[in-house]
Write a protein that binds this ligand. Structure first.
Ligand code: GAL
Length: 731
């Protein structure tokens, strides 16, 4: 989980939702063990990257995923999905009937059931109590409400930890974490795996063919970690796969540094608490391993489910730009990509962060419709000070996801809990009951989503690609770097924001992704890059693409070793310039720069000593030792154009640069010009969504008459949007 809430406006530190790390006892990067089915999680070229046969974003040839069931099986006949996590085990049975009646009245057509029900269905080892779940599913089926049935393996019951302490995770210091919260499992524990899979098999066997079962939900928000000895053994096996032998390991980890040479596999351990900075490549491989080990467990559960119900789609809920899980590797293993999204109501950049997160989720599924599986109806309970959502924001946030490709908008949770750690978390049905402002909003929104049924399945076409890579993120933010003020998600947001402001649609892509359909590719930061990916970026430009590369990119190879020579070494030719020093700037004053025509602008935090080698210096530093040296380069290379940015320009300057790069690429936004400030414009299929995130009325002129699907009103000449208003216009 992200460490602290993002500081508004500075783009730091990221897009996480700001949940405290301890909220789930999720200590950091996970552990786990590659099982027999695990493919070697080696270098990019050895993994099934998008270029190696996975359907790329632009590649719509029928691949494996197209033959699998998807969201269509849920939306056909139902339209957009609306609902939430439903935890009936927290309530006496007589409440269930009321729940279902209120759900129907609210237009709920999908609920996620059983996420935390392990102790209820297996009250003691090997026992099964499915009777209550039968009755819940029957009730829901009777009401025509589809069920996203969860494998309850995210929160094992106390008996498992008590009888098998080895299933409990161990932190970096060797301390075991106890039961009493949730997520307390070691992903590599054979006992945990065996118990979890046995339960999943019985669950799948029992509910295969049940009329309510529409979707499987594997685990919950994977991100668990464990540093125990079993995990260490699994890590060794993983490292052996990747680096071959000890010589390979010593070479890759650079163990001649600080006398770290390994002479015996038994000496190789997870990064544990040590007196000073731990080997960065060891930590990078650990991060890769942790994501892969959890993925292996996810796959094992998924395969059990598939065996019983090949026609039922499978998902697991992601958490957007969540660092521990390399979602590019995970998403192809799902039938439906889903996400949980909990923006901070106090964050002024929340609409931009939300849009970026939604675009990522859509892109993870190769552009297919996705599911917003969890969001809060109003306040969460896990920030220090939990603001409610102001009236109108529930629908605004939900429709924003729909506009960006979601075919469903669901909440955590249906009915507010009376007890437990989340008793103060908002819900679709608050403690105060149905006769409340919040529940009235929920009902109204459920009703209006029905009017958007025709949007289901529609694509959000984009001509701009934004590159994001998990291993590069892990490597770049490793301790002992020039500045921790440069953050990967901060840079992503900074480069995304001007595109969002112009209403330009964006897909996210991994560095190995297929760029052929994109006129502009933006790489805010790609610290770690393989030769193959650098060559592909170069070929993309030479073939006519426009590329923008942000600072501190192309620095390291896939082992995190610095590439020598002038930087960014593998992109130097295509960028037509190179650098020799990374120079973090004093934070108490801006970095002064100017465009080539002399117009000044400010940057901050970071500078690089560069020179041109064929590129035009479109902007220069104007002060201090760097005065006159290039701050931005633009280079015509082959049929395309490459830009490089050697600092962190302020928002206005980055917006200017974005405008120039878009002009190079011939890309425009959803409207002929940029929408008014605060208004988001996005096209989904034939429908133009306009969302006013601002607190003031805004007017958007329109070229053609349209119908607002939300109200049925005819709109001509233009539309005036009240604060927080949304229209969905079909010509
Ligand atoms: C999610 C989780 C839910 C609930 C929610 C509260 O991370 O999946 O179970 O805890 O957060 O915001």
């Amino acid at each position: 989980m992200a460490g602290r809430p993002p500081a508004p406006g500075d783009g730091q530190p990221g897009l996480g939702d700001g949940r405290p790390a301890l909220r789930d006892g999720r200590p950091g990067l996970g552990d786990g063990r590659p099982g027999l089915r695990d493919r070697p999680p080696g270098l990019r070229d050895r993994r099934p990257g998008l270029r190696d046969g996975q359907p790329g974003l632009r590649d719509r040839r029928p691949g494996l995923r197209d033959r699998r069931p998807g969201l269509h099986s849920l939306t056909a006949g139902r339209g957009l999905l609306f609902g939430g996590d439903y935890n009936p085990e927290q309530w006496p049975e007589h409440v269930w009937a009321e729940d279902v009646e209120l759900m129907r009245a609210a237009g709920v057509n999908l609920v996620t059931v059983g996420v935390f029900s392990w102790a209820r269905v297996e009250p003691e080892p090997g026992a099964r109590d499915f009777g209550w779940l039968d009755r819940v599913l029957d009730l829901l089926a009777g009401a025509g409400i589809a069920v996203d049935l969860a494998t309850p393996t995210a929160s094992p019951p106390p008996w498992l930890g008590h009888r098998h302490p080895g299933t409990l995770p161990v932190d970096e210091s060797g301390h075991r974490l106890w039961y009493g919260a949730r997520n307390q499992f070691c992903p590599s524990s054979p006992v945990y795996r065996e118990r979890a899979l046995a339960l999943v098999a019985d669950l799948a066997g029992r509910y295969a063919g049940h009329p309510a079962l529409a979707l499987w939900h594997v685990g919950n928000e994977y991100g668990q970690v464990c540093h125990c000895d079993v995990s260490a053994e699994a890590f060794r096996a993983w490292v052996r796969e990747r680096h071959g032998d000890l010589d390979g390991l010593n070479e890759a980890w650079g163990t001649t540094f600080w006398s770290q040479r390994y002479g015996d596999w038994a000496e190789v351990i997870p990064p544990r608490r040590a007196p000073y900075l731990v080997n960065p490549t060891q930590r990078l491989d650990w991060a890769r391993f942790c994501s892969d080990a959890l993925l292996e467990h996810y796959r094992a559960e998924r395969d059990v489910l598939r065996g019983h119900t090949p026609g039922v789609p499978i998902t697991t809920n992601f958490m957007g730009l969540f660092k521990p899980v390399d979602s590019w590797r995970w998403a192809p293993e799902e039938d439906v990509v889903s996400n949980d999204w909990y923006p901070d109501p106090a964050d002024p950049l929340f609409p931009v962060r939300a849009a970026l997160t939604h675009d990522l989720t859509r892109s993870l599924g190769g552009g297919r419709p996705w599911l917003l599986l969890e969001q809060a109806a109003s306040a969460v309970n896990w920030r220090p000070h939990n603001l409610p959502k102001p009236a109108g924001r529930l629908r605004l946030e939900s429709l924003q996801a729909v506009a960006r490709g979601a075919d469903g908008s669901c909440y955590f949770q249906w009915r507010a809990s009376r007890f437990g750690a989340e008793r103060f978390h908002s819900a679709m049905l608050p403690h105060a009951g149905p006769d409340t402002r919040l529940h009235a909003e929920v009902r109204a929104h459920g009703a209006e989503l029905r009017r958007l049924a025709e949007v289901a399945g529609q694509p959000v076409p984009a001509r701009v690609a934004l590159v994001h890579d998990w291993p590069s993120w892990w490597a770049m933010e490793e301790a002992g770097r020039p500045s921790d003020r440069l953050s990967v998600t901060g840079q992503l947001l900074a480069y995304y924001r001007p595109l969002w402001e112009r209403g330009v649609a964006v897909d996210l892509v991994p560095p190995s992704g297929d760029l052929s359909g994109y006129a502009l590719t933006v790489v805010p930061n790609l610290y770690l890059v393989s030769d193959a990916d650098a060559e592909a970026l170069t070929a993309y430009v030479r073939g006519g693409g426009v590329l923008v590369v942000g600072p501190f990119s192309g620095v390291a190879d896939p082992n995190g070793h610095i590439r020598t020579g002038r930087f960014p070494a593998p992109l130097r030719d295509v960028l037509g310039g190179s650098g020799e020093e990374w120079r973090p700037a004093p934070e108490d004053r801006p970095v002064r720069c100017a465009w080539a025509d002399g117009t000044p602008f400010e940057a901050r935090t970071w500078t690089e000593l560069m020179r041109t080698e064929g590129a035009e210096p479109v902007a220069v530093f104007t002060e201090g030792e760097l005065a006159g040296s290039p701050a931005m380069l633009r280079h015509r290379a082959g049929a395309g154009v490459a830009w490089y940015v050697a600092t962190l320009p302020d928002h206005d300057a980055l917006a200017e640069l974005t405008g120039r790069a878009l002009a190079d690429a011939g890309v425009s936004g959803a409207l002929p010009g940029p929408p008014p400030a605060g208004v988001e414009a996005v096209r989904r299929g034939p429908v133009l969504f306009l969302l006013n995130h601002g607190d003031r009325e805004a007017h958007v002129p329109l070229a053609e008459p349209a119908e607002d699907l939300l109200t049925g009103a005819r709109v001509e000449g233009g539309v005036t949007l009240a604060a927080r208003a949304v229209v969905a216009l079909r010509p």
